[in-house]
Design a protein around this ligand. Structure first.
Ligand SMILES: Nc1ncnc2c1[nH]c(=O)n2[C@H]1C[C@H](O)[C@@H](COP(=O)(O)OP(=O)(O)OP(=O)(O)O)O1
Length: 168
């Protein structure tokens, strides 16, 4: 691929956000996002980090708010650095869990959707997802850098097997 149009060494994002994925019995718990950035797309639950909140606290809170479940023992699997063309840049922390309390419930923010791991609807998701979600499902950690042109990925690179310090 061409050289990056972004100097990633000096890049920083004004928006920090999270994503949480629950994988159990060969299925992944996704959402149909009903509002906010990415409304209409399929994604994991998640959202923007509040002031004073850690990324892990945010991922757990957003999952509770959007699906009314409490995830157990989430592990940080990756970071996604999004240089955007039409909204402020985003740094997103990605978590994986295998267990939770509660029953996934539709809220005004999200509709739960269990998908078989081999039948994930990438064509209804953000266009970066296909570059890192399969890696995460193979239990590999990652750092993805993406330059978006509107809704499309114009440039990207993936670092694999990145060490992320455990939190909490
Ligand atoms: N490119 C891409 N791929 C996968 N996931 C995402 C992106 N860009 C993104 O922003 N996201 C994720 C990261 C977050 O989980 C959401 C965006 O957060 P948002 O819904 O705007 O945050 P909330 O705090 O829930 O929303 P408001 O309350 O501010 O409306 O998408």
């Amino acid at each position: 691929m061409n050289a990056s149009p972004i100097d990633w060494a000096s890049w920083s994002a004004p928006t920090h956000a999270t994503l949480m994925f629950v994988v159990r019995d060969g299925e992944i718990l996704l959402i149909e996002k009903k509002r906010g950035l990415g409304a209409g797309k399929i994604n994991g639950p998640g959202g923007k980090i509040d002031p004073g909140e850690t990324p892990l606290e945010c991922a757990v809170r957003e999952t509770e708010e959007e699906l009314h479940i409490h995830v157990k023992r989430p592990r940080k699997m990756g970071e996604l650095h999004f240089a955007m063309s039409d909204v402020p840049d985003i740094l997103c922390h990605v978590y994986l869990a295998h267990d939770f309390d509660g029953r996934p419930t539709e809220t005004d923010e999200a509709k739960p959707l269990w998908c078989r791991i081999d039948d994930i609807p990438y064509d209804r998701m953000w266009s970066d997802d296909i570059h890192w979600l399969p890696l995460m499902l193979d239990r590999r950690t990652f750092l993805g850098r993406f330059v978006f042109d509107g809704e499309e990925v114009g440039w990207f690179e993936m670092e694999k097997d990145v060490f992320w310090k455990s939190e909490g």
